[in-house]
Write a protein that binds this ligand. Structure first.
Ligand code: SF4
Ligand code: SF4
Length: 517
């Protein structure tokens, strides 16, 4: 175990701290985050591997839908206006499912934020993940914090130039791969890859890759924390979703203050000091360039790397972990009240520790039951309700559809035998990737018969029609009513379409128009 005086002190200064807030339009102060190690860092590696893996590999997953539909598991088929997601196929008229998913994503974000603060920002936001990835490259080529600062301050040399060229080239390669992966979601990935590298892809593909390459490189490599601080609206919105029971990364100054770099000297002088040895390890690892000891800040993405850094320091000096921790405001306030004697005095670690140095039993700790509160129930209830409605709609949805348009001009034709004929454009939709045989039937309209121009079959009340896999078939249908039946005036009836291979059916209410209306 190290003495408090033996902890390494890092010359790290918060560049975004409230006390040194830069004016707008000031040149950016570079941040050189030190590599962190610990539980949260390991968790972030896992999340990073999963999210990047999903993004880059998903377009390459195959899903057999038969010979009439693409075999790419996730595909936005713009040419045929379809969205495929494994066994689900969404047609344009079913786009409300996608809207529902977006609503669920929004509500899920509210739920996560009200529970564990900005976990989205700290772990899964693409900006965070790609900046992390770019930092991995930077560290591998230029070294950790001190080496990077030294290199940055050094005058240009062949070595520095070589490192910078390798770094930016690798960043650009990642950026190209990122833009490249995106277009594979919109066409058959293996085919598009060959077309792309041989110069036969459509111009839109090259433009999309170029734009995404540029944004990934600039946002992830050059702008980094500035995107979160200045461009992203989420930090401004999320404050409304937090309450006193939301978890946020917190510096527990009730046990850390007064901080001291010279514990022995302070003890010799009879001063009471807290657990913070003012080593700046928490500042050095922060990718946002802030000092969490300044309190809650808009810039903090709650990545928890400062927790790892401080826990390592606490381990070294034999103190409990958690000087920086995930904590709720209500717990923090309760502990602060203990340390300050209800706010009547300055923080004194004496009040939070027993004589043997352990923390007093009245210290509040986070309990999982705090997650279950009205706000989170409302968010979860709304999220689950949308999900269940969508699931139900998905399970009972028809894969057959009929749409009918009555001829407008003329609305009816008087035939030589006195009967009346109406014309309709009937659209039959086969929404499965297999050929299907439908029957089209007149329901109602006694005495009425129909002929279908395309089939040439004799007049009947039921006709059989084949529809190609995953296609819409348009038919010109003439319905004829004898003179005596037509004398009753306009009549409502239905076109009914049925799949001969299943029980699926759909109907369209239509009107037969007569001169007697
Ligand atoms: S203060 Fe801590 S949690 Fe917040 S961004 Fe910096 S390292 Fe991450
Ligand atoms: S909070 Fe922890 S990591 Fe930060 S300066 Fe104090 S002891 Fe060091």
């Amino acid at each position: 175990m190290l003495d408090q005086n033996e902890v390494e002190r890092l010359e790290a200064e918060a560049v975004n701290a409230a006390a040194v807030r830069q004016p707008l339009y000031a040149p950016r102060k570079k941040i050189f985050p030190k590599r962190a190690s610990g539980n949260f860092r390991r968790f972030k590696w896992v999340v990073m591997a999963i999210t990047l893996g999903i993004y880059y590999l998903t377009p390459w997953i195959r899903w057999d839908r038969g010979e009439f539909a693409p075999d790419q598991a996730v595909l936005v088929d713009l040419a045929n206006r379809r969205f495929y997601f494994f066994f689900i196929e969404i047609w344009p008229q079913e786009f409300f499912y996608v809207a529902g998913l977006l609503v669920m994503a929004g509500l899920g974000l509210f739920l996560v934020t009200s529970t564990v603060g900005r976990a989205w920002c700290g772990y899964t936001c693409p900006q965070t993940v790609w900046v992390d990835l770019f930092l991995v490259v930077e560290r591998a080529i230029e070294g950790d914090r001190n080496a990077r600062i030294k290199l940055d301050n050094a005058s240009w040399s062949a070595g520095k130039l070589a490192k910078r060229v390798v770094k930016h080239t690798t960043w650009l390669a990642i950026a190209v791969a990122t833009g490249g992966a995106w277009i594979f979601y919109f066409a058959d990935a293996p085919t598009l890859l060959v077309d792309f590298v041989t110069g036969h892809a459509v111009p839109e593909a090259y433009i999309t890759v170029a734009v995404l390459t540029a944004t990934t490189y600039v946002f992830g490599g050059l702008m980094r924390e500035q995107v979160c601080t200045y461009m992203c609206p989420w930090p401004r919105i999320q404050a409304a979703m937090l309450d006193e029971n939301s978890l946020t990364v917190t510096y527990n100054d009730w046990r850390g203050e007064p901080r001291s770099r010279h514990a022995k000297k302070a003890a010799a002088e009879g001063k009471i000091i807290g657990d913070c040895v003012d080593c700046n390890a928490c500042v050095a690892v922060c990718p946002m360039g802030i000092d969490i000891r300044d309190g809650q800040q808009l810039e903090c993405i709650t990545c928890a790397l400062c927790i790892d850094a401080c826990d390592n320091v606490m381990d070294k000096i034999g103190k409990e972990r958690g000087l920086i921790s995930y904590a709720t405001l209500s717990d923090y306030n309760a502990n602060m009240a203990i340390a300050t004697d209800g706010g009547a005095a300055a923080i004194s670690p004496d009040r939070v520790r027993n004589d043997d140095g352990s923390l007093v039993g009245t210290i509040a700790h986070f309990h999982v039951r705090k997650i279950f509160r009205p706000r989170t129930f409302v968010y979860f209830g709304a999220w689950a309700a949308v999900g269940l409605v969508m699931l139900y709609a998905l399970l009972v949805r028809d894969r057959i559809d009929i749409n009918v348009l009555h001829d407008r001009n003329p609305q009816f034709v008087l035939l030589s035998d006195g009967s009346i004929r109406n014309g309709y454009t009937v659209k039959l939709l086969n929404m499965v990737p297999q050929q299907r045989i439908f029957t089209l039937e007149l329901d109602g309209l006694p005495g009425g018969y129909m002929t279908i121009a395309e089939t040439g079959a004799p007049e009947s009340r039921v006709a059989t029609v084949g529809v190609e896999p995953d296609r819409l078939r348009t038919l010109k249908v003439f319905v004829r009513l004898p003179a005596e039946a037509a004398a009753q005036g306009n009549q409502d009836f239905s076109f009914v379409v049925k799949d001969t291979g299943s029980s699926e059916t759909d109907r369209y209410e239509a009107t037969f128009v007569t001169p007697e209306n």
